[in-house]
Design a protein around this ligand. Structure first.
Ligand SMILES: [Zn+2]
Length: 82
């Protein structure tokens, strides 16, 4: 069984403090409550349950579901060989 689209899709969450992006799986973002900025000098905690983040994650999950549908309908076209 292959990866779900939510597992293979990554999003750069922008830090509210330093403005840098931290790369996370969409699936991971949907299950965690908070995350930490990956910038060593910052390490700010980003609240994933804040309303604007919840809205963003909902949209990302929706897109991931569409990708899953597409891959299912084409027989995993990203795995095409030859
Ligand atoms: Zn930061």
């Amino acid at each position: 069984m292959g990866l779900s689209a939510g597992e293979r899709t990554y999003f750069l969450m922008t830090c509210h403090r330093c403005g840098k992006g931290t790369r996370k799986q969409v699936d991971w973002l949907s299950t965690e409550r908070r995350m930490q900025c990956s910038s060593p000098k910052c390490r700010a905690v980003i609240d994933l349950k804040a309303p604007q983040h919840q809205q963003l994650i909902e949209i990302l999950l929706h897109h991931a579901a569409e990708v899953d549908e597409l891959l299912a309908s084409t027989g995993s076209m990203d795995g095409l060989k030859d």
